[in-house]
Design a protein around this ligand. Structure first.
Ligand SMILES: Nc1ncnc2c1ncn2[C@@H]1O[C@H](COP(=O)(O)OP(=O)(O)OP(=O)(O)O)[C@@H](O)[C@H]1O
Ligand SMILES: [Mg+2]
Length: 387
């Protein structure tokens, strides 16, 4: 849903815009002063801003100037200034501060919507390569405690939910280089480009990266694994690191479905990750593997808080309760996803992830909650810095 940020201290204007924009299918967030407006710009990544001139704390000119200074190159969030009749002479000042258009209050709803739509079309996030601010560049690694626990399912659907629910720019990397499953889960043929196009390249840049990425219908960009195992073997640790570094400069989230073997390449991915999600089920071999993996990661100096435990199929009968599993591991699960075999398997067989085609299903909602937790955590430091 397209998100609009309204920055206006007048409660009547706030109410009117909230109702009008919601009716038109927009998602609306509201700030009542300039400082809160700047915070929400950073945290919510709106597609367009309606900005009042007279505001407490920082006025509209200052807010617009600040946003334009802070935006990365190649990104531009459209801003419409809302001015009172007496401010019309100040129009030039607003435009100079970085506004793209202005409207005199009281304005007609139809005119507001027409101007918004034209700006949104001109500065659509996809064309400009961003929603008006620098990419957040967070690397999330999903690592399965053993085969078949649902790592790929969760990585793919989390990536889609981050994009769909939070308007984030998301790249999804199939890091299982030899036997990657993303082509199957996403119904893509072997003719689609893969990471192996980058294997022989000394220095990879964003343009080359774009030419290799595959845009999924959900809006998530995919870096696929090669169609055969020999090619997967050609990607080395240093290249993987370079690839992830470039993706971080282009996307808010880089989600990696990681290989199980804890070799050099996997460890390099985990090292570079901001957060590592260990996906597991409540059975004995998973518990053993998670314990070993946590010990190994602890030995090489990982902070405890970087590693999260995600219990998949949490309500499936395994003979080991959630509490017992937590007791064995001496820590609790940060996230739980329930067992919904039908939704999971039919999404897989049809090549259409449930977070894309069935976001309201039980699993779709749980993945949305996971994405919300991930995103809240990622914007928390940004919020603190804006205060
Ligand atoms: N929450 C869930 N409820 C029910 N079934 C699930 C759930 N999550 C995953 N599955 C099913 O479990 C199976 C394995 O899932 P998936 O391929 O995602 O696991 P994986 O850990 O990536 O496996 P691999 O080790 O082969 O890479 C699939 O059939 C999938 O549909
Ligand atoms: Mg997998």
């Amino acid at each position: 849903m397209t998100k609009i940020l309204v920055i206006d201290d007048d409660q009547n204007v706030q109410r009117l815009l909230r109702v009008t924009l919601k009716q038109e299918g927009f998602d609306v967030v509201v700030a009542a002063d300039g400082v809160e407006g700047l915070r929400l710009w950073g945290a919510e990544a709106p597609s367009l801003i309606l900005l009042d001139v007279h505001l407490p704390k920082q006025d509209g000119y200052q807010v617009a100037t600040h946003i334009r200074e802070a935006e990365g190159t190649g990104t531009h969030v459209p801003i419409i200034m809302l001015t009172a009749e007496k401010d019309v002479s100040q129009k030039v000042r607003g435009l100079r501060a970085g506004a793209d258009d202005y409207l005199v209050k009281p304005f007609h709803q139809a005119e507001l919507l027409a101007r918004m739509k034209s700006l949104l079309a001109r500065f659509s996030a996809r064309e400009s390569g961003g929603a008006g601010r620098p990419p957040m560049g967070k690397l999330l690694a999903f690592y399965g405690a053993k085969g078949g626990v649902g790592t790929t399912t969760i990585a793919i659907n989390a990536a889609i939910a981050l994009h769909a629910e939070h308007q984030r720019r998301v790249a999804l990397v199939d890091g299982v280089l030899q036997f990657g499953d993303h082509r199957v889960f996403l119904d893509l043929g072997n003719d689609r480009k893969s990471i192996s196009e980058l294997a022989a390249v000394g220095s990879i840049d964003a343009d080359l990266m774009k030419s290799v990425l595959v845009r999924h219908d959900s809006g998530v960009d995919l870096l696929l694994a090669p169609p055969n195992p020999e090619e997967g073997d050609r990607i080395h640790e240093a290249q993987m690191v370079q690839i992830l570094d470039i993706l971080r400069t282009m996307y808010d989230y880089v989600v990696v479905d990681v290989e199980k073997r804890l070799g050099d390449l996997t460890l390099a991915v985990l090292d570079h990750a901001d957060s590592v999600y260990i996906v597991m089920t409540a059975d004995l071999s998973c518990l053993k593997n998670v314990r070993l993996a946590l010990e190994a990661l602890g030995r090489i100096g990982y902070e405890k808080s970087k590693v999260r435990l995600l219990l998949n199929r949490s309500n499936a009968f395994t003979g080991i309760s959630v509490q017992a599993a937590e007791g064995v591991l001496k820590r609790s699960f940060e996230h739980k996803i329930t067992n919904e075999y039908r939704i999971a398997i039919s999404a897989q067989n049809s090549g259409s992830p449930f977070s894309f085609t069935k976001p309201d299903s039980a699993l779709g909602r749980e993945m949305a909650a996971l994405a919300a937790a991930i995103d809240a955590e990622a914007v928390a430091p940004a919020k603190a810095a804006a205060r």
